[in-house]
Design a protein around this ligand. Structure first.
Ligand SMILES: Cc1cc2nc3c(=O)[nH]c(=O)nc-3n(C[C@H](O)[C@H](O)[C@H](O)COP(=O)(O)O)c2cc1C
Length: 152
C-alpha cells in the first residue's frame, strides 16, 4: 500500500516523530505542506493528513492543502499530537474529506511536548511525549491500517 502523509510539524517536531515511526512500517512518503513543490497525490493508495494541534485545531495549511490537492474518493487517515486539549482535532480536514467522498480509515493521536505560552514557565506539559509507548502505538496503528487495506 503506497501511502503519503501531508503534514505540518513545527513546535517540537512531535508530529513528525510519530510519522517517522509509522513510516518504518511500510511504503510511506512524507510531504511538509509548507515546502513549495508540485504535488500529485493521485498515484497513492492512501493519503494521510497530520498536524500538531494549535489553538484547538489542525494547522490551517494542512486543511488548505487537503482542499487543494486531495483527489476525489481517496481513502484517508489523520494523525495529530497535542499538549493537553485537542479541541476539534481533525474535524476540519475530515470535513474536506467528506466533501470529496473520501473514506476515513482511521485517526491516531497522542500527547506531544508543549511549551507554548505560559506552559513554558513550568517547563512545559506532556514532557517526553511522544514517548516509546506512543511511538509503538503509532506503528501498531499503521500496521493495522495496512493489514485492513490490502497489506504492505
Ligand atoms: C501556538 C501553539 C498553540 C497550541 N495550541 C494547543 C491547543 O490548543 N491544545 C493543545 O492541546 N496543545 C496545543 N499546543 C501544543 C501542541 O499541540 C503540541 O506541542 C504538539 O505536539 C505540537 O506538534 P509539533 O511539535 O508537531 O508542531 C499548541 C502549541 C503551539 C506552539
Amino acid at each position: 500500500m503506497k501511502t503519503v502523509v501531508c503534514y505540518y510539524s513545527r513546535h517540537h517536531g512531535n508530529t513528525l516523530k510519530v510519522l517517522e515511526a509509522m513510516s518504518a512500517e511500510g511504503d510511506m512518503d512524507l510531504i511538509d505542506v509548507t515546502t513549495r513543490q508540485s504535488v500529485r497525490l493521485e498515484g497513492y493508495d492512501c493519503i494521510g493528513f497530520a498536524s500538531g494541534i494549535y489553538g484547538f485545531e489542525f494547522q490551517k495549511a494542512v486543511v488548505e492543502f487537503a482542499r487543494q490537492y486531495l483527489p476525489q474518493g481517496k481513502p484517508v487517515f489523520f494523525v495529530y499530537t497535542y499538549g493537553g486539549a485537542k479541541g476539534t482535532g481533525a474535524k476540519a480536514v475530515a470535513e474536506i474529506a467528506r466533501e470529496k467522498d473520501c473514506t476515513v480509515l482511521g485517526e491516531f493521536s497522542c500527547k506531544g511536548y508543549d511549551t507554548f505560552g505560559p506552559f513554558k514557565l513550568v517547563g512545559g506539559i506532556a514532557k517526553g511525549h511522544p514517548d516509546r509507548q506512543d511511538l509503538e502505538n503509532a506503528r501498531a496503528f499503521y500496521r493495522e491500517l495496512q493489514a485492513q487495506n490490502g497489506g504492505e
